[in-house]
Write a protein that binds this ligand. Structure first.
Ligand code: 2U9
Length: 335
């Protein structure tokens, strides 16, 4: 055995001892990778030792060679083993830090709720959909024709006055009722039809506890061959029964609207008093003519109501403005 082969054997054994102890002490994967490069890399310590093999005799070379292989495999094995352990403990630490306590109270989020006006509209739509009506919507900015002319409302009618209607500079107006929706619907459909139009309307009213310049209406319209006032009466009574409850006393009083003939106002007996809740009537033949229907063949009935009024009566509210103030302490009381 030559001195250089002894020398190499010592170097290899030292290399192995140092490497294994360094690997065992490593606590993170990055340092472990640095150690792999330091010992096993192309320019690493093992390659350097093996460079000395050139000096060995032909008999010594295979022995030192296989020793070097053993050292390399031992270091490689130790690195892999360490890597596996480190990865495992890293995962365990991560899982431990992400433990979920399912008994902790949840984060409460406010879901909000339906505004009492929309709640009221939803309830009314449900009733009329149950009676076979289709919901229709139109425009809040309307022409004079759809808001007045087609509804048999003469030029000199007070509703057309600047004092009562919001006119826009271009000659259009903010609809004063949703009736224009039914006019447009009839232009697009043939009878028989049952349609209901909910929506926002505008009137130049002085605001007080019971009046608002912007409010919500719901109107219904049915056109068919052979419809009579008794059909209107039955429909209104059923609607009011579902809104106010069974055994409700209902009263029809003769009235006047330009778009219905005959017309009536309807009262209900509520908390000991007669309370006016809506207007209605048989559709004026002129309105049917305006949309191209033959008034000799078809008859129709219509009704209109203010949604705010129903909300105020049924929820016992004292001031219409509370519905628009967005005061949640107030609004939360109602569905
Ligand atoms: C067409 C034909 C006729 C709708 C009607 C009323 C009577 C009525 C008021 C109730 C309270 C308006 O909001 S309020 O101030 N409405 O009294 N509305 S008949 O008649 C129509 C609608 C459409 C085509």
């Amino acid at each position: 055995m030559t001195s250089s082969s002894l020398d190499l054997e010592t170097q290899l054994s030292d290399l192995k001892t140092n490497a294994l102890s360094a690997i065992a002490q490593t606590s993170d994967l990055e340092t472990l990778e640095q150690l792999r490069v330091q010992y096993l890399g192309k320019k690493g310590q093992l390659s350097q030792v093996l460079r000395g093999m050139g000096k060995l005799s032909a008999e010594e070379r295979p022995r030192i060679g296989s020793l070097a292989n053993e050292v390399k495999e031992a270091i490689q094995g130790a690195i892999e083993q360490r890597q596996e352990n480190l990865q495992k403990s890293q995962l365990e630490a991560k899982l431990a830090s992400e433990t979920l306590d399912v008994t902790m109270p949840g984060v409460m989020r406010s879901l909000g709720q339906v505004h009492p006006l929309n709640g009221m509209i939803d309830k009314m739509l449900d009733i009329f959909v149950g009676l076979g009506y289709t919901v229709a919507e139109g425009y809040e900015v309307e022409t004079d024709y759809y808001n007045f002319e087609a509804l048999n409302t003469p030029q000199d009618h007070p509703a057309r006055d600047m004092q009562d209607t919001f006119y826009l500079p271009d000659g259009n107006l903010l609809r004063t009722h949703t009736s224009s929706v039914q006019i447009r619907y009839m232009e697009q459909h043939e009878p028989p039809l049952r349609v209901i139009a909910p929506g926002r309307v505008y009137r130049r009213d002085t605001v007080d506890a019971t009046h608002s310049a912007v409010f919500h209406q719901l109107e219904l319209l049915a056109v068919e061959e052979g419809l009579r006032f008794t059909d209107l009466r039955g429909t209104i009574k059923e609607f009011l029964r579902q809104m106010f409850g069974d055994d409700l006393q209902v009263r029809f009083r003769a009235s006047y609207f330009p778009f219905t003939e005959p017309s009536a106002e309807v009262d209900v007996q509520w908390q000991g008093k007669w309370l006016e809740v809506l207007g209605c009537g048989m559709v004026d033949p002129n309105v049917l003519k305006a949309v191209g229907y033959d008034p000799e063949r078809y008859t129709g009935f219509a009704a209109g109501l203010g949604v705010e009024r129903f909300a105020m009566v049924l929820h016992q509210m004292d001031d219409i403005r509370r519905l628009y103030n967005s005061d949640l302490r107030f609004l939360r009381q109602f569905i």
